[in-house]
Design a protein around this ligand. Structure first.
Ligand code: PLP
Ligand code: ZN
Length: 419
């Protein structure tokens, strides 16, 4: 059973049937899926959701699919971790990490949006799926396409991390790297989508794809006991996830799953690719594209498709945004790993580094609930931190060599059980 009604232009309100369309023919605005919230409200309950399997489809009434989804059985429902040790360092009592480093099967938030997009591609009868990607989307599309039995073409800018190239090719996808940056790749892919008739998850299936990002927000609310956090910090690349998390929180109120509550949402960008934050700080709606230059490659989009909606969601909530430099990103990756045992990729380092600034600025207070969104796993981006970690010690396999090393390191012997 489905509760979707149609596609609607976000700018002029013109309606279209549910189909692989993404821009309004009248005003070129983006199209978004509409739902019958009154009917959802009558049919949905916390108890029913809580009994469902631990994947993103537990919120299927609020997702744009028709039948029983077969894509992404292990995607979503990632942990929301209360972070005592990190919280103590930052002076916060209620600090949580939403941990998509362990999203399945490809270890980033992109498994959510792709599960929905590929389910929809199958419903529409596409045989080939594709995407323009900064890396994580590539691995997610390749993996989910393999399981769904679809042909797959992946387009990425040259210079993305090798983990993302290997991690796409391994699934049998045809990987094509483009001499240029993400924005060049995206432009080419729009032309290919028109000419070849493939399902580009983030182009012609974009209205469905973006809805998958809401599940990040739905889960946070459920995991907080059907409450909204006071603050949530979210990374911004193309601008999908941030407005959709805000939409998710509003929908939960609309359908009665969350009673009330306000939240402030904050955008995090790498200093080397921060067109949205520049506009936010200038107080304008006009986003001036930049040429990205940062180690945070997965969020290095200089001309974000939905940047305007990020600004709108941030301002409407009373939130804010900041940037983080590459050294700040690396320090934050290390801080999170050392305090909480979570190894984030640079996008996560960016988000945490920005959260630190927001705390310093006094925007986030000690007793308030804060969620920091960690959207991708550091094992795919080892080169970002490889040169800034201490090299391992090397010794012969002799106890006295270890004794000497241990002495130099200033370590202490222990007796288990002794106080
Ligand atoms: C894609 C991505 C994001 C956010 O991208 P949006 O286009 O703004 O949704 C954040 N973190 C990681 C790791 C990503 O791969
Ligand atoms: Zn329109």
């Amino acid at each position: 059973m489905s509760y979707i009604t149609n596609l609607k232009c976000k700018e002029c309100g013109q309606e279209y049937p549910i189909s692989p369309l993404h821009v309004c023919e009248t005003c070129f605005g983006p199209l978004e899926v509409s739902y019958d919230y009154a009917r959802i409200r009558a049919h949905i309950s916390r108890g029913a959701i809580e009994k469902r399997p631990h994947n993103l489809w537990r919120y299927r009434e609020l997702l744009p699919v028709e039948g029983e989804p077969e894509v992404g059985p292990h995607s979503g429902f990632t942990p929301l971790l209360h972070c005592g040790r990190l919280g103590k360092e930052l002076g916060l009592k209620h600090l949580f990490i939403k941990d998509d480093t362990v999203n399945h099967p490809t270890l980033s938030y992109k498994d959510r949006v792709v599960s929905v997009a590929i389910t929809k591609a199958r419903e529409f009868g596409f045989k080939t799926v594709s995407c323009a990607s900064t890396g994580n989307l590539a691995t997610a599309v390749a993996a989910h396409a393999a399981r769904a039995g679809l042909n797959c073409y992946i387009f990425m800018p040259e210079g993305v991390e090798s983990g993302k190239i290997v991690g796409s090719s391994i699934y049998g996808a045809q990987v094509i790297t483009i001499r240029g940056n993400y924005d060049d790749v995206n432009r080419l892919c729009s032309e290919i989508a028109d000419k070849y008739g493939w399902a580009f998850v983030n182009i012609n299936l974009r209205p469905y794809y973006t809805e998958g990002a809401k599940t990040f927000g739905f889960e946070i609310a459920e995991q907080l006991g059907w409450r909204l956090p006071d603050h949530i910090v979210v990374p911004t690349a193309g601008g999908t996830i941030l407005p959709k998390v805000a939409k998710a929180f509003k929908e939960l109120k609309e359908v009665g799953l969350v009673r009330s509550g306000d939240f402030k949402i904050y955008s995090a960008q790498a200093a080397g690719s921060a067109p949205v934050i520049h506009a936010l700080h200038k107080g304008t709606d006009l986003i001036t594209p930049v040429k990205p230059d940062t180690i945070a490659k997965s969020i290095a989009i200089g001309n974000p498709a939905d940047g305007y909606y990020v600004l709108r969601a941030v301002r409407e909530s009373g939130g804010w945004g900041e940037t983080a430099t590459d050294p700040e990103i690396i320090d934050a990756i290390k801080l999170l790993a050392r305090t909480e045992g979570i190894f984030a990729e640079p996008a996560g380092g960016t988000t945490l580094a920005v959260a630190l600034k927001l705390i310093k600025e006094g925007r986030i207070k000690r007793d308030e609930t804060v969620v920091v969104s960690i959207t991708g796993n550091g094992y795919k981006t080892l080169e970002a931190v490889a040169s800034s970690i201490e090299q391992p010690a090397i010794i012969e396999a002799r106890l006295k060599d270890f004794d000497a090393l241990f002495e130099r390191l200033g370590g202490r012997r222990e007796v288990a059980g002794a106080a």
